[in-house]
Design a protein around this ligand. Structure first.
Ligand SMILES: *Cc1c(COP(=O)(O)O)cnc(C)c1O
Length: 430
């Protein structure tokens, strides 16, 4: 009997769609979701005790692999001291200081419990601090499920968006402009028309919710310059890329190409919690001091700065800050990305790949895409067959073609080689 199927059938009676976050349901790729029993290092085991090499790592947080001894010890110790107090703790200060020490663009940071909260709160803060309502987001970027951000581009010339979810009133997204990623001219036109009304640009610097699409250097530069010129704030949504693509996050990668580059606000999540519900947003002191209790922008959370979650995040950040960690992670991730492309060449399937730090993308396309429309030209049906071919061979990739992949410090060269062998067989069978 397939225990995954048994659990899925049971789950579907109790939980809508059988899952607590939609992509887990395998709706895009078909088949039965794997119910995870346990995980260790680079692997997890499903309900049938089948082992998989894990390339989603909880969608990014597990950068050290599962059950890292230092993280485990920190969490176990914190647990014995209490789960939640609703009063401040020293560890929150330590985590805040650790985050700030790696992100020079931030003077202050507020801890929250999910990336959605981080993005939503950064948005409110940007609107509160500028006294403006309009915001710019880009098609294909995901910033969590706050109402104002669940929006897609309107048709024709209209740049103001339409809700992508039922239950979001059109009124709530009427101030959200949805533009094309990497389109400098489109961005300039939007600022030319609405410049004095725009509170912020919100952008994934490397868009992991389009698999893996980098903001080009001229595009990121335009985002920064236009915000500065028009008094808007630039918000980098680094919930996925933060502490994942570089110890200094994607903003450090861009600062190496654009001298002096800094966002005004940054949203963080995923890695900074090390697998626990923890996220954050931060920026310059004058903006952050607009937040309650100091300023007029309200934001709060019963479990914010949770003592067990902060212990997990702190141990994770300390471990990845050790000398050599990111170099080794980047090399291994690059070896996987390059290897996948080479395997594609060998078997005659065009594949393009890219990676930064411990995050990678691969497309069944002969060239890397630069925006959402190009990403969607990937052959979804071929991807789904490839996904299942890999799954059957014990490799767990993200179950959707528009999602990035993640390598952890626990993945070995042997894991990469096994993955590439599986990819070769799966591609040959396409
Ligand atoms: C995951 C993600 C979010 C949402 O975070 P949750 O913790 O799932 O609410 C927001 N922005 C980006 C870029 C993400 O990758």
């Amino acid at each position: 009997m397939d225990q995954n199927q048994i659990l899925f059938d049971r789950s579907k009676r109790a939980i809508p769609g059988g899952v607590n976050s939609p992509v887990r349901a395998f709706k895009a790729v078909g088949g039965t979701p794997r119910f995870v029993k346990r995980a260790q290092g680079a692997y997890f085991w499903d309900a049938n005790d089948q082992r998989y090499i894990d390339y989603i790592g909880s969608w990014g947080p597990m950068i050290l692999g599962h059950g890292h001894p230092e993280v485990l010890a920190a969490v176990q110790e914190a647990m014995t001291q209490g789960f939640s107090f609703g009063a401040p703790t020293e560890r929150e200060v330590e985590l805040a200081e650790a985050i700030l020490s790696h992100l020079p663009s931030m003077d202050m940071v507020r801890l929250v419990s999910s990336g959605t909260e981080a993005g939503m709160s950064a948005l409110r803060l940007a609107r509160g601090a500028t006294g403006r309502n309009k915001i710019i987001k880009f098609e294909g970027c995901y910033h969590g499920h706050a109402d104002a951000l669940l929006v897609k581009a309107g048709s024709g010339l209209a740049t103001f968006g339409h809700p992508t979810s039922a239950g979001v009133p059109a009124d709530v997204v009427k101030d959200t402009l949805v533009l094309t990623y990497n389109d400098v001219a489109g961005l300039e036109a939007a600022f030319a028309e609405f410049g004095s009304e725009i509170a912020c640009i919100m952008i994934e610097p490397i868009a992991g919710n389009m698999n893996f699409v980098r903001a080009s250097i001229p595009f990121m530069k335009a985002c920064r310059d236009l915000c500065t010129r028009h008094g808007a704030l630039l918000i980098l949504d680094e919930v996925m890329t933060g502490f994942r693509v570089d110890l200094g996050s994607a903003q450090a990668v861009y600062a190496r190409e654009i001298p002096g580059f800094e966002p005004d606000l940054t949203a963080l999540g995923k890695v900074i919690g090390g697998g626990m519900p923890l996220a954050a947003f931060g920026g310059k002191r004058d903006v952050m001091e607009q937040l309650a209790p100091l300023g007029p922008v309200y934001q709060a959370g019963t479990l914010s700065g949770n003592p067990v979650a902060t212990a997990c995040g702190l141990a994770t950040i300390r471990a990845i800050a050790k000398p050599g960690f990111f170099e080794a992670l980047s090399q291994r991730t690059r070896a996987l990305a390059d290897g996948l492309r080479e395997v594609g060449q060998e078997v005659g399937v065009p594949i393009s790949t890219d990676s930064q730090g411990g995050m990678f993308g691969f497309f069944l396309l002969d060239q890397l895409p630069h925006n959402y429309g190009q990403v969607m030209q990937s052959n979804g049906e071929a991807f789904n067959r490839f996904f299942h071919g890999m799954l059957d061979r014990g490799v767990y990739l993200a179950p959707a073609l528009y999602e990035a992949g993640f390598v952890s410090g626990a993945h070995t060269q042997a894991d990469i080689e096994q993955t590439l062998q599986a990819a070769k067989e799966a591609l040959q069978a396409l």
